[in-house]
Design a protein around this ligand. Structure first.
Ligand SMILES: O=C(O)C(=O)C[C@]1(C(=O)O)C=C[C@@H](O)C=C1
Length: 359
């Protein structure tokens, strides 16, 4: 997917900040005044707010676009808001909003995305797509393809985490691997992290932001309010402009590489070790599969079932104990063993099927 390199007009990293919701002209102007413009280049505010339950504050509506425009005119910042239908898109264009984002609840619906894409046809505004609420990489990429299909070139993505039924320490579980897969598949599309929606609270913002920089994200979008506790939406996750500056100034930016010769020599040596170890891990797994295949032959001769739940439980428990004492996480050992067992069962199953065919 092509990209116009719109991100290059900003110094690294791009910081987008502002209130979850526009509440009043005064609130917007106060926040815009207090935000440190050395860090923050784009001012955000929600005008139309998709809410889970009815009878909640659903945004001030189009009037808020005047306030956003005033921020742009008086503070020289670019402005951003969420659009959730074609009418929002048209209004945002009319008010010269520079950055439009499609929210997670809209990204899940291809009809909505298509409608928005058509309303924005050929725009040179920056259009960002938040990940869908459910962990579906294709849906996320599909939304960007719909926009690209309408001639929109200045595209980007926002990683805001994924919904889970079971409550975790996050409001929306980051599932970093999905965002990394996104980066791998669409390396030209800038990706911004939204730690506010991942965390759902102020306390986790620094760690999640740092993790995003560790993965070389292009920027952050952090909800910022002059009086967070009194905010009309998402009060728990908003920070003051002063706190925002503290967080931003403490973050360490990472670079893709370092030409420094000491770094180069060190990384080459360590990567060589990784290559050797990976090949011995594969060799060991292949030997294990050969043993599993012999077990498969033996089971076939004696008419014994492939899957052995008790033995499998014992193998996993032993591995978890051994792995933890070797400094590996339980979750990792679980996934690794699961994958090995799955392959072993599949290979044994093949052996049984093959012999059936010969008979
Ligand atoms: O012990 C066995 O019976 C095996 O076939 C080995 C193995 C394994 O690969 O771990 C495979 C299938 C069983 O469900 C249990 C364990």
């Amino acid at each position: 997917m092509e990209n116009n390199n719109w991100i290059n007009q900003f110094e690294k990293p791009l910081i987008i900040a502002g209130p979850c919701s526009a509440e009043s002209e005064k609130q917007m102007m106060t926040i815009a005044e207090d935000i440190d413009k050395d860090y923050v280049k784009i001012f955000r505010a929600g005008i139309w707010k998709p809410r889970t339950k009815p009878n909640c504050f659903e945004g001030v509506g189009a009037i808020g676009l005047n306030w956003l425009k005033k921020v742009k005119d008086e503070h020289g910042m670019m402005i951003a808001t969420e659009i959730a239908n074609a009418n929002h898109a048209k209004l945002a264009l009319e008010y010269d909003v520079d950055v439009l984002w499609i929210g997670a609840r809209s990204t899940v619906n291809p009809f909505t995305v298509q409608e928005i894409a058509e309303a924005l046809r050929d725009t040179d505004k920056i259009v960002l797509v938040k990940n869908p609420v459910n962990p579906d990489l294709d849906l996320w990429i599909g939304a960007l393809e719909r926009l690209e299909g309408q001639g929109i070139k200045n595209l980007g993505a926002i990683h805001r985490g994924f919904s889970t039924y079971k409550k975790t320490k996050y409001r929306n579980n980051p599932q970093w691997q999905i965002a990394l897969d996104f980066k791998n598949k669409l390396p030209n599309i800038p990706i911004i992290c939204d730690p506010s929606h991942i965390c759902g609270n102020r306390e986790g913002l620094f760690d999640v932001s740092q993790q995003a920089f560790n993965f070389e994200y292009n920027g952050l979008m952090i909800e910022t309010h002059c009086n967070p506790d009194e905010a009309w939406s998402d009060a728990a996750q908003q920070v003051t402009p002063a706190r925002l500056k503290e967080i931003l100034s403490a973050l360490e930016l990472r670079q893709s590489d370092d030409p420094d010769s000491i770094y180069k020599a060190g990384i080459d040596n360590l990567r060589h070790q990784i290559d050797e170890l990976d090949s011995s891990v594969l060799e060991t797994i292949s030997q294990r599969m050969k043993v599993a295949n012999s077990i498969g032959e033996l089971k076939k001769e004696h008419n014994v079932a492939v899957f052995q739940p008790e033995r499998w439980k014992q193998i996993k428990n032993n591995a978890v104990k051994a792995g933890i004492s070797l400094g590996l996480s339980e979750d990792f050992i679980d996934k690794l063993l699961q994958a090995i067992h799955q392959e072993s069962v599949a290979q044994q199953n093949n052996i049984m099927i093959k012999k059936e065919e010969i008979k």
